[in-house]
Design a protein around this ligand. Structure first.
Ligand code: BEZ
Length: 334
């Protein structure tokens, strides 16, 4: 240890000062600026995209611009399968995902789309805040994701290009769905031909007669003027359509504890706002559709034949967590 005998090291005060001087630039420099990215499939006017833009503005405001968030709507980064891969590799930081792709990876997520699980959007919002939905997020870790809570879209309804006879069902119709095992199974049990299509392909498919109808929501119906191509808008509200706010688990580990807390707080605020807003959004768009002359008709499980009973029998066995979710939903209805 000859170097310790050097004059410099024998003067502890000089040594300490030198060390402080070396460390000073690192301590004084501000935390590094970071550019984050969030991907989603909804178009710019959709509530999820509005929420993502608001999140970006808040993140920048709260960090004085140290953290920025670029928003990529309309599937600009690819479809949800591609975004999920980017999240897993750390190429993407955040996403607002439907349960479609998540259910392809883990069927349990599809329990949230059980038919007639709840009666209203308010109950849907509460169910997504409940213990089963919250615990379900723990399964995201196995997919390389970190869960940040649930948003939702409007309750699902059905549009048909040709009318329904009195007492008729949706059997024999080619209906657009999302590619989600539980949803495909439900429509198959109803005797229909479910045809998975992503949102951006829907307009062309419907207007050129490739499909006879679709499962969507009141907001999407009005904003795309799908009622103009439909004989009937069946207001079934038969299914919740959850959104899952996620972060890349790989990227999450790289953020400071303070940044993780901030992102969690801001995303929690946005998703809560979305959940709270949708019951009124559904109500407002129903009024708009009626005013626009759409044939909006109330409809219940009968238009699906006996699909509901068979569906629950099958999926309680395949995804037992459904039973717990049903019990929670039942309590919300009382
Ligand atoms: C859909 O695919 O139907 C959909 C996706 C995101 C938000 C709302 C609807």
């Amino acid at each position: 240890m000859a170097f310790l005998k050097h004059r410099f090291f024998q003067k502890p005060r000089a040594f300490a000062l030198a060390l402080t001087a070396l460390a000073a630039p690192a301590l004084a420099s501000p935390a590094l600026a970071e550019d984050l990215r969030i991907g989603l499939i909804t178009p710019p006017p959709h509530q999820w995209t509005i929420a993502a833009n608001h999140l970006a503005a808040e993140l920048s405001k709260e960090t004085d611009g140290r953290l920025s968030l670029a928003v990529f709507p309309s599937g600009q980064l690819g479809n949800e399968a591609q975004m999920l891969q980017q999240l897993q590799s750390g190429a993407l930081d955040l996403a607002f995902l439907t349960v479609g792709e998540l259910t392809s990876r883990d069927e349990t997520f599809g329990i949230l789309t059980a038919p007639w699980l709840v009666d209203t959007g308010e109950q849907a919002a509460k169910l997504l805040e409940g213990p089963t939905a919250t615990a379900l997020q723990d399964r995201l870790g196995a997919l390389g994701l970190h869960g940040l809570g649930y948003g939702m879209a409007g309750m699902r309804i059905v549009l048909l290009a040709k009318p329904l006879d009195d007492g008729g069902t949706v059997a024999e119709r080619k209906i657009r769905t999302v590619p989600l095992a539980q949803e495909l199974d439900f429509w198959t049990r109803a005797g229909a031909a479910p045809t998975p299509l992503p949102l951006p392909e829907l307009f062309d498919a419907y207007t050129n007669g490739q499909i006879d109808g679709m499962q969507l929501d009141l907001e999407g119906t009005f904003n795309n003027r799908y009622h103009n191509y439909s004989a009937v808008v069946l207001d079934t509200r038969h299914m919740i359509f959850p959104m899952v706010a996620v972060a890349s688990a790989r990227k999450w580990q790289s953020y400071s504890e303070e940044d993780r807390a901030l992102i969690t707080r801001l995303v929690t605020t946005e998703t809560a706002r979305i959940r709270a807003a949708y019951p009124q959004i559904d109500a407002d768009y129903r009024v708009k559709l009626v005013e626009a002359g759409a044939s909006v008709v109330q409809a219940g499980p009968e238009i699906f034949g006996d699909a509901v009973t068979g569906w629950y029998e099958a999926w309680r066995e395949k995804t037992p967590l459904l039973v717990q979710l049903e019990a929670e939903a039942k309590a919300l209805k009382e």
